[in-house]
Write a protein that binds this ligand. Sequence first.
Ligand SMILES: Cc1ncc(COP(=O)(O)O)c(C=O)c1O
Length: 358
Amino acid sequence: MDPATLRAEFPVLNRYAYLNAGTCGPVPRTANMAIGEMLALGTERGRGTAYFEAMLDRRDRLRDAYAELLHASSDDVALTTCTSEGIVRVLGALDLRPGDEVLTSDEEHPGLQGPLVAARDLRGVVVRAVPFAQIAEAVGPQTKLVACSHVSWVNGRAVSGLADLDDVPVLLDGAQGVGAVAIDVATLGCAFYAGSGQKWLCGPVGSGMLWISPDWSERLPATGPTYMNLEDPGAGLDAVPRATAARHDASAQSAETHAAALAALEVLGGAGWPAVHERAADLAARLADALAERGREVAPRDRTTLVSWQDSDPEATRGRLADAGVIIRDLPGTGLLRASVGAWNDESDLDRLLSALP
Ligand SMILES: Cc1ncc(COP(=O)(O)O)c(C=O)c1O
């Protein structure tokens, strides 16, 4: 990979030290163009057969590209609008009964916490939260599901020890995982992996995926199959959901969304995923070291792409950095600032951040 060539794909980097992919990744110019082309097709030629066929083509290719990234089969990948939607679909479909325990950690994102609270309040499931690092050892006989982050959004630590749980399915929130670190769903040992398209994959807001292990697919019925999820939508009341994970696809996603998500994946995949992952992790480690050398208290992290550190007034510092052209985020309630470092960044972005810090 030529880092300068990759960087040149992202116009935002001409202006800002953009270090916020943990919220939304930078948009490559080709994704912008793909949206424009799809809009032009619909606007100038109408949203008839050609437009619909283009949408189906991008949808299939996007599913294939997500599957390749996860080292999975396309048949096991659903296209969702975001990580949270995948989580909602899994928690809504699993056979969880009153009193069943779902084990989670005490540093999860609202994208997981919201659906967990709903499962507790509406279905009587017991939700137990333990420290992120202790989740594997906290699994007990009453645990029916483990639901937690693959990579913590708070500090960039990666979950461990969950691959060997034989009987308990694991739902991984991969919002800070997919695109940021290499993923092989079989090695992770999870039953479900929900990810975002708009973060480390640089796609549009409204894109994402849910991988469902073939071992669990029959135990995850489609709770809301609509037109695109049915094997034969014309079969009326005899219609059945598709046999593949596509039965969990989002009810509607625009052709523009699919086209842009695919274009962004082609940019990153074109640079070579292993190189993208290595470079991002190396740069993030360099930033963490530089912050520590300057006396900042960096939160314990793993070899991922997030770097968080203590600040006396994170919200104010985040605003001051934005004024200096450095885009990061603060994590409310934690005293932390968080920088998201991607392969598209370079040392100049890190230097700009370091020199703008108070
Ligand atoms: C760990 C984690 N989970 C879930 C989400 C929500 O992601 P999405 O908007 O794709 O549902 C985020 C977003 O920041 C996150 O960091």
